[in-house]
Design a protein around this ligand. Structure first.
Ligand SMILES: Nc1nc2c(ncn2[C@@H]2O[C@H](COP(=O)(O)OP(=O)(O)OP(=O)(O)O)[C@@H](O)[C@H]2O)c(=O)[nH]1
Ligand SMILES: [Mg+2]
Length: 201
């Protein structure tokens, strides 16, 4: 991952009192490769690397820091800028049900996060939560969510792998409306299966 790769590299960045285009070149390349390998979109990577470069260049290496540590500091700040400095609360101010559609790369932790969020919303915010799986692609994905829902004690809307993901989401929304759920959480398959219609539904 990014930190271990950078960790290796910065050990070799020595003996400079400021960061220059020359001494951060390899480190920048490493950042770029690490992000690309993590499947970050190319335009985002380019922007990010350019941003790090701009911030780093000419920066003095202060006190007991090594150039590598100074560089890491810049990467760290830039990452924080990119991801946001603060956590915002979930905005559930919609005509119920508020719908949370979980999208992301395969194996990123979507289903697990639904379980955690559902539990949080139920216990801390006293919300009535319904979960549904529109992941009709991966075997046992629906069963995984069913078990999770059971564990965190929220209601599970049943779906079947031969159904259309969009229709599943729409059906669950109807059910949630009819039964006065505050929140509907829709699990989806990895990014390949995400299509616009589902996002709009
Ligand atoms: N260490 C750690 N592992 C996690 C976390 N969240 C999920 N996992 C694990 O990562 C693996 C994938 O998690 P899922 O929640 O099934 O991921 P997903 O995005 O739903 O995967 P797909 O539905 O296959 O796209 C599982 O083995 C989880 O136990 C987390 O926060 N920390
Ligand atoms: Mg999943």
């Amino acid at each position: 991952n990014l930190s271990s790769r950078l960790g290796q590299l910065v050990k070799t960045m020595r003996g400079h009192s400021r960061l220059t285009e020359d001494n951060i070149k390899d480190a920048l390349r490493e950042v770029r490769m690490a992000l690309l390998e993590a499947d970050v979109a190319l335009p985002v990577v380019k922007d990010f690397v350019a941003n790090v470069k701009e911030k780093a260049m000419g920066q003095e290496v202060l006190g007991s820091l090594t150039p590598g540590q100074a560089f890491i500091g810049v990467v760290n700040d830039s990452l924080t800028d990119l991801m946001g400095k603060q956590n915002d609360a979930l905005n559930l101010a919609a005509v119920p049900p508020a719908i949370i559609l979980m999208a992301g790369l395969q194996g990123a932790g979507k289903t697990t996060t639904i379980g955690k969020l559902a539990r949080l919303l139920k216990t801390e915010q006293k919300k009535k939560v319904l979960v549904v799986s529109a992941d009709v692609y991966r075997p046992a994905a629906i069963e995984q969510l069913r078990l999770l829902a059971e564990q965190v004690e929220v209601e599970f809307y049943n779906s079947n792998s031969w159904e259309d993901p969009v229709q599943i989401a729409l059906d669950a929304k109807e059910y949630a409306k009819k039964h006065f759920f505050d929140v509907l959480m829709v699990d989806t398959a990895g990014r390949l299966a995400i299509d616009e219609v589902l996002m709009e539904g």
